[in-house]
Design a protein around this ligand. Sequence first.
Ligand SMILES: Nc1nc2c(c(=O)[nH]1)N[C@H]1C(S)=C(S)[C@@H](COP(=O)(O)OP(=O)(O)OC[C@H]3O[C@@H](n4cnc5c(=O)[nH]c(N)nc54)[C@H](O)[C@@H]3O)O[C@H]1N2
Ligand SMILES: Nc1nc2c(c(=O)[nH]1)N[C@H]1C(S)=C(S)[C@@H](COP(=O)(O)OP(=O)(O)OC[C@H]3O[C@@H](n4cnc5c(=O)[nH]c(N)nc54)[C@H](O)[C@@H]3O)O[C@H]1N2
Ligand SMILES: [Mo]
Length: 803
Amino acid sequence: MTNHWVDIKNANVVVVMGGNAAEAHPVGFRWAMEAKNNNDATLIVVDPRFTRTASVADIYAPIRSGTDITFLSGVILYLISNNKINAEYVKHYTNASLLVRDDFSFDDGLFSGYDAEKRQYDKTSWNYQFDENGFAKRDETLQHPRCVWNLLKQHVARYTPDVVENICGTPQADFLKVCEVLASTSAADRTTSFLYALGWTQHTVGAQNIRTMAMIQLLLGNMGMAGGGVNALRGHSNIQGLTDLGLLSTSLPGYLTLPSEKQPDVETYLAASTPKATLPGQVNYWSNYPKFFVSLMKAFYGDDARRENGWGYDWLPKWDQAYDVMKYFQMMERGEVTGYFCQGFNPVASFPDKNKVVASLSKLKYMVVVDPLVTETANFWQNHGDMNDVDPAQIQTEVFRLPSTCFAEEDGSIANSGRWLQWHWKGGEPPGEARTDGQILAGLLHRLRKMYREEGGKGAEPLLKMRWDYLMPDHPEADEVAQENNGVALEDLYDANGVLVAKKGQLLDSFAQLRDDGSTSSACWIYTGSWTSKGNQMANRDNSDPSGLGNTLGWAWAWPLNRRIIYNRASADPQGKPWDPKRMLIEWNGSKWVGNDIPDYSAAAPGSGVGPFIMQPEGMGRLFAIDKMAEGPFPEHYEPFETPLGTNPLHPKVVSNPAARIYDADAKRLGDHSEFPYVGTTYRLTEHFHTWTKHARLNAIVQPEQFVELSEQLAGKKGIVNGDTVKVSSKRGFIRAKAVVTRRLQTLKVNGQDVETIGIPIHWGFEGVTQKGYMANTLTPFVGDANSQTPEYKAFLVNVEKD
Ligand SMILES: Nc1nc2c(c(=O)[nH]1)N[C@H]1C(S)=C(S)[C@@H](COP(=O)(O)OP(=O)(O)OC[C@H]3O[C@@H](n4cnc5c(=O)[nH]c(N)nc54)[C@H](O)[C@@H]3O)O[C@H]1N2
Ligand SMILES: Nc1nc2c(c(=O)[nH]1)N[C@H]1C(S)=C(S)[C@@H](COP(=O)(O)OP(=O)(O)OC[C@H]3O[C@@H](n4cnc5c(=O)[nH]c(N)nc54)[C@H](O)[C@@H]3O)O[C@H]1N2
Ligand SMILES: [Mo]
């Protein structure tokens, strides 16, 4: 989230689209209700299903799963055509006025630079025109035909209300109602808060779904504002922490990148990672990258990270490509992986094409499962009839199970969706032989080190050089790790005037104190400030709220630097006056920034030329994403890989995302709408959490048996009545479940045909105390978003029959 949970109450309009907050985030959703009940906010829900969130909405609009880019591009066209934008904001804070290269183009579904063989774009033409000083060219009158503004207008011109209705199946009247309400928040004193989750991410166009909404927020002037922003409702309690700490194959903590094979030394890597500002006067905060990186290396390797050895650069792994989970299972299926370490992950239940996942695990020599529960993954080799049709005698994989604790059995911090790090204390002793994940990893490290020391072997150095100075080496404590994340002065630190800023050994107060000369260490620069010389800020529990905006600065700690709303510089106009004085976050008092939040980049006075989006080289919000997205600098509608239409009404030659990666073997496992005519979509229920709670008797009682949902019309056609057992099949397999016939799902008219949706909750499997069930992921396809590789769980093709 750019904003935070409590801030949702400040919104005038709350849009839940691509999520079902009342069901999946019932506690946080109270803030949307607070906006509705106490701020007269309009609550809008756009969802293929009439959900529990929709049941309390003011406006509900149905949509065909996988078509949000069309809907949102239609909104952009509406806002531009009706002049419902915050024009000052757009001019000063977005890249609308910047000129784009002449060789950038879009034609018949493809942007310039496409390589069909590699399924990749050469993004060179997706960039600005630069002058001789390396600054982007600009036309502040927005007249130039190559300025982002005019290219955007041209790009979205196709997304008329007719086209929206034809592709999304959303009745025009519903669509226009949504447009009108959203448009009302282009006024400086009104905001929309968008809440989304998996209904947007779990598509082959997932990242672009979110980007299209972010563009709307920029046009409306809602980024950086109280009650505005882009608000991802995160999943697991600490999934935000996972992202912050860089647990992806090409990431390092604090959104730094792991070096690639093409970067042979630290100088090349740092030069490539430290972009220069591309507008005069601009400060690009990533110019501090070397300080964050060198401090991280000091945290990793301690005294062994020295300038002479590039701070231990050679010990970091170098990537040749991303090893996301899809890539990994693909390698496993081909027999290219020997062992698999599976910690807090149940891929047989949660990853797509379950039969492929099981076949892949069957090729391993060994697998280690670290989990507090018995999972389908740990027992993938057991036969459960149609639910898991394997022959154990044919599977040679040796499985080791290491029981771990759960979060309630240890101290630690949890980063919530709003970037708050909240400390929690151990609530009870773990049962039996369970150990914390830290203990398990420490135990492995020591044993591996011992073996390397005694027997030698390739690649030993990174393990042997790793700093490991915890008080109890077999049991790193949460507070030690938290302080390591925060960072510490390794020498006395002085500022430019010779004044002492931090004594050697002192915990640092801000990442502004980090240095690139080896005198500081920090394992995650964005967490600097969370455990300072003043103590554990994450344990703060003062909930006073002087402004009434919910920015309780004394409650827990938010990254960066306890700032509650990021980009809050954009909540004030170029002169530093709040766009909306009633919801003032920060303002310029003539000599400094003051207000109800920690000011974003407080050093920059109005007029200094520093834009509010300081992590970008041009300091601006991007309506045209110059070189980042895999499939284009503007969002474009592509059909799901399994489309009920069999075509793309906008450009039949380019049906689905041309830059999404799909392996040949999986392409052969895609179904066609003639054989599998209905849209399958998977989702959650409040009563269960993934596949864990089927181990708990109370949850099993409230939601005991697997079911699927279908419309009255489809049920009638198929002779299915409530409570029948049905068989739902896709090209990859089938499940059996009870039928729930409901008006919550409706037939949509799309491109001249009827489209039916079958709703499939995800929570059942062959372990636990609920009734045994089929894994929903038996049905889903092995293809993901072109940028994040998040699987397309929300739109695929199925058939249904009475069993
Ligand atoms: N009780 C409970 N709470 C949970 C979880 C749980 O298992 N149980 N899981 C947690 C996790 S890990 C996560 S990530 C979150 C997920 O939170 P959500 O994303 O809210 O959960 P889902 O139910 O997967 O899907 C959300 C909605 O997206 C809709 N949808 C599907 N496709 C589309 C589309 O193309 N466009 C639009 N506009 N909507 C679409 C679905 O109909 C569904 O109502 O929930 C978390 N909270
Ligand atoms: N079809 C379909 N598939 C989906 C989704 C969907 O909407 N539709 N949603 C996707 C989403 S958003 C997510 S997040 C994934 C989740 O996928 P997974 O991460 O595989 O699922 P979980 O079952 O939440 O968690 C895995 C295991 O972690 C264990 N665990 C809990 N606490 C600890 C701990 O402290 N230490 C260790 N070592 N283990 C622990 C649990 O017991 C559980 O067995 O599923 C994805 N799969
Ligand atoms: Mo999730």
